[in-house]
Write a protein that binds this ligand. Structure first.
Ligand SMILES: [Zn+2]
Ligand SMILES: [Zn+2]
Length: 388
C-alpha cells in the first residue's frame, strides 16, 4: 500500500494527504479506492448489475447482496463507555474518509476516490479539494446498495418534473438537470426498543341533553362527562430511523421513509466505490432523543386508544425503555441541487424505490390563475346558496 494508490486524486490532494497522514491512516485511505485486477484502474459499483465494474476496461467483479444477519448494538452499554473507550473502538472498527467542508452551504462532504474534482451535492458549488482532510469514523454496520443508476434517476426526475403543473414550462428539461445528480450514501441511526408506559388521564363521554332555550323552545346540545383513568400501554419499536447527518434539511429528508430495510447488506466499501459516502455528524446519543420523540408520538396514540370514549385527556405519562438497541446504516440517495433565479432547490430521489421529493419553482402566473379560479368558484357557490 503506497501513495500510488491515490493516483486518481490530483497532485495537490496527494500532497495534502501526505501532509495530514501517516502509516495506518494512509493504508486505510488506499482502501477507499478499489483497483481493477485487469488494468489497475478504478472500479465503481454498478447499481443495475449490483457488481463492481472497472471504469476503464469494463472488467466486473460480483458482489454478494445477500441480506445481512442484523446484529444491533446495546445502547446502554455504549452510552456508558468513556470517550477514551469509544475512541479506541472507533480506531479498531473505523473507516477513513477524505472530507471537505463546502464554503457555500457549510455541508461536510466526503470525496469520491474515483473523481479528481467534484461539486457539493447539497448546493452545486464546486469544492476546493486542496482543503480536503482525512478523518476517521466509526464504520457503518450495514448499507442498502443503490439499485437505481444515474440514467434511471435522470428519467425518473424528468417524469416527476413534467408532472408538475405549476413548474414554469421553460424548466421542463429535467434530462439536462438529471445529469447533475450525485449518488450519496446518507448515514442513519436506527433504534429498537421495548416500551412500557404508565399514564394518568381522563376519558370524556359525550351525550346529548335537551334544555329549554332562552325563547322557551327545547334545544339539544352535547355535554361531555369526564372520568379519571389510568393505565399501562406497551409497544415494541423496530428500526426507528434518525438521519445521522444534517447536510439535508429535515423537511426534505423526512419525506423519504419507504426504505426496504429487510435488504440491508453487511457494510463493505465496494458498494460505495464511485459514490459519495456521508459520515455521521450526529452522535448516537443525540440521535436517540429524536428517536424517543418519534416513539412517544405513537405511544400517545396508543394511550388515547386505551382511554377510549369520545375524547381523551393525558395528564401525565412515564415511558420505560428496555432493550434499547441501535446501529449505523447507510441509505442510497440521488441528490440534485440547482440554482434557479438565485435560489437553490434541492431534490432527492430514493436510490431503491425511485421516490422523488423536493421543492420546485412555481410559475407565478399559473399560481395566480388557480387562486383566481378558486375565488370565482367560491363566489359562485355563495351566490347559488343565497339564491335558495
Ligand atoms: Zn480495468
Ligand atoms: Zn454546498
Amino acid at each position: 500500500m503506497n501513495a500510488s494508490n491515490l493516483q486518481f486524486f490530483n497532485s495537490s490532494i496527494l500532497y495534502n494527504v501526505e501532509q495530514n497522514y501517516q502509516g495506518a491512516e494512509q493504508e486505510a485511505l488506499s482502501a477507499l479506492q478499489i483497483k481493477c485486477p485487469g488494468c489497475g484502474g478504478a472500479m465503481m459499483y454498478a447499481p443495475k448489475t449490483q457488481n463492481l465494474q472497472c471504469i476503464y476496461c469494463g472488467v466486473t467483479k460480483p458482489l454478494s447482496v445477500q441480506p445481512a444477519q442484523i446484529q444491533e448494538n446495546d445502547y446502554v452499554l455504549w452510552a456508558q463507555k468513556s470517550e477514551e473507550e469509544k475512541a479506541k473502538t472507533v480506531q479498531e472498527q473505523s473507516m477513513a474518509a477524505l472530507q471537505v467542508k463546502c464554503d457555500q452551504c457549510g455541508a461536510t462532504v466526503q470525496l469520491d476516490s474515483t473523481k479528481s474534482s467534484t461539486n457539493c451535492p447539497y448546493c452545486g458549488t464546486s469544492l476546493i479539494l486542496e482543503k480536503a482532510q482525512v478523518k476517521r469514523f466509526w464504520q457503518p454496520d450495514y448499507l442498502l446498495p443503490f439499485v437505481i443508476d444515474k440514467k434511471e434517476c435522470s428519467s425518473l426526475f424528468t417524469k416527476w418534473l413534467n408532472g408538475k403543473w405549476f413548474l414554469p414550462s421553460k424548466y421542463k428539461n429535467g434530462n439536462v438537470w438529471g445529469e447533475k445528480f450525485q449518488g450519496v450514501y446518507y448515514p442513519y441511526w436506527t433504534y429498537d426498543a421495548h416500551t412500557r408506559t404508565t399514564y394518568n388521564g381522563e376519558r370524556g363521554v359525550n351525550h346529548r341533553v335537551t334544555v329549554k332555550g332562552p325563547n322557551g323552545k327545547p334545544t339539544t346540545r352535547t355535554v361531555t362527562d369526564w372520568h379519571t383513568v389510568s393505565g399501562v400501554v406497551a409497544r415494541f419499536f423496530d428500526d426507528i430511523l434518525v438521519p445521522a447527518s444534517k447536510n439535508l434539511p429535515q423537511d426534505i429528508i423526512k419525506e423519504q421513509k419507504n426504505w426496504p430495510l429487510q435488504s440491508l447488506v453487511q457494510y463493505t466499501p465496494e458498494f460505495t466505490a464511485g459514490f459519495t459516502t456521508d459520515v455521521y455528524t450526529v452522535d448516537f446519543t443525540e440521535g436517540v432523543e429524536t428517536a424517543k420523540q418519534q416513539m412517544e408520538r405513537t405511544i400517545e396514540e396508543d394511550i388515547r386508544k386505551d382511554i377510549g370514549g369520545n375524547q381523551q385527556r393525558i395528564h401525565s405519562k412515564q415511558v420505560f425503555y428496555t432493550d434499547l438497541m441501535f446501529k449505523l446504516i447507510l441509505l442510497p440517495l440521488w441528490i440534485g441541487a440547482f440554482k434557479i433565479d438565485g435560489k437553490t432547490y434541492q431534490f432527492i430521489i430514493n436510490g431503491r424505490t425511485g421516490e422523488v421529493h423536493g421543492d420546485y419553482p412555481k410559475d407565478k402566473l399559473k399560481v395566480a390563475l388557480v387562486v383566481f379560479g378558486a375565488v370565482v368558484a367560491l363566489l359562485l357557490l355563495i351566490y347559488i346558496i343565497f339564491q335558495f
